[in-house]
Design a protein around this ligand. Structure first.
Ligand code: ADP
Ligand code: MG
Length: 332
């Protein structure tokens, strides 16, 4: 059997350890945005790893080294944000093909340090090796959070409202333009392309949500909300009803979809790499957030039965499937 037949999440389920040899300090193992371990001083340590590969996650011609440096750290920062954590230290391993100039790597690191500076992240180590063809980047990032604040995927409760911290779909539309569009498309819809190439992680929003006391579960939207909300439902053993009309969409996305006759709901639900946060919590959360100047969009509710539904404009309910950006089952 090939990995693509099993899918990314089927594979992760298959290789999950049956047993932990040192379970005492493990708060969350495989199955969340970060691993979470207890530390001596009652706090929790967050650890996350993400890999970016040329040709799969980025194309050198379109992204540029400085932006790639920022994005490499941003995708990890987003996983720390997803638990409500404060980012701490980064470790980076790169595999460098002969075609890359040292000046490219200088710029890449300038982008990495720029984003690290914005969030107070130390770069403490890594590894450098050669690569036969493609540039590869693997970053491990740690973070910290109090046990009373942490927001996991398995703690959503029936009756919770479901909130997003920003619009979704722009990044997938940006990728669509990079893959299918011409130069004029890239210029006309520059903001969509930029959202795809240069996402800004919602670390501050994640910290605020975790500290608000009104939220119960959280995930970052890296694979699309249908998939990522699906993870919260799976892990929390609940279902959901989302209101398609309430999903925040940017004007640029609506204009682009109108011009190209594509359905914006497809990009919004099944897109990927939005790097906004999706959280569940008490109905008061939005009002408290509004007062604090934190933007939240209420898109639905968590329900006790496991079914997932989306309410369409005409009021009809359609079953809501996890159709996200599973790396091994979508051809792209
Ligand atoms: P995210 O999209 O938030 O980075 P993933 O969907 O990549 O999360 O991963 C889900 C869970 O599976 C995480 O706990 C991650 O650490 C774990 N995981 C992913 N790939 C592997 C692997 N090859 N071996 C062990 N654990 C993995
Ligand atoms: Mg994540």
């Amino acid at each position: 059997m090939k990995l693509k037949e099993l899918g990314e999440f089927g594979f992760i389920d298959r290789i999950k350890p049956k047993q932990l040899w040192k379970p005492g300090h493990v708060f969350r193992g495989i199955g969340d945005d970060c691993a979470v371990v207890r530390t001596e001083d009652a706090g929790l340590l967050l650890i996350t790893t993400d890999i970016l590969i040329e040709g799969i996650h980025f194309i050198l011609d379109t992204i540029g080294p400085r932006c790639l440096g920022r994005k490499s750290l941003s995708v990890n920062l987003s996983d720390i944000a997803a638990m409500g954590g404060e980012p701490y230290d980064a470790y980076i391993a790169i595999a460098v093909p002969g075609k890359l100039e040292i000046e490219f790597l200088d710029e890449f690191y300038a982008g990495l340090y720029e984003r690290a500076g914005e969030f107070g992240v130390n770069l403490l180590g890594g590894d450098t090796t050669s690569s036969l063809r493609d540039f590869m980047i693997a970053i491990t990032l740690t973070g910290a959070i109090e046990e009373s604040e942490i927001l996991c995927r398995n703690t959503a409760l029936p009756g919770d409202h479901i909130y997003l911290t920003g619009p979704v779909g722009d990044s997938r539309a940006g990728l669509h333009i990079l893959l299918n569009g011409n130069k004029s498309d890239r210029e006309s819809w520059e903001s969509l392309v930029r959202t795809h190439l240069d996402p800004y992680p919602h670390v501050n929003q994640g910290r605020w949500i975790a500290q608000s006391g009104y939220a119960h579960a959280m995930i970052d939207v890296s694979d699309g909300i249908s998939s990522d909300l699906g993870h919260i439902c799976d892990e929390s053993a609940v279902g959901c009803l989302i209101d398609v009309e309430a999903i925040p969409l940017s004007d640029e996305l609506l204009e682009y979809c109108d011009a190209k006759a594509v359905n914006p709901a497809d990009f919004a639900l099944a897109g990927g790499e939005d790097y906004v946060l999706l959280c569940t919590g008490e109905p008061e959360l939005k009002e408290v957030a509004d007062r604090a100047g934190v933007k939240l969009f209420d898109i639905g509710v968590i329900r006790p039965s496991p079914e997932r539904f989306a309410r369409q404009k005409d009021g009809s309910l359609i079953p809501f499937q996890s159709r996200g950006w599973d790396h091994f089952s979508i051809s792209h």
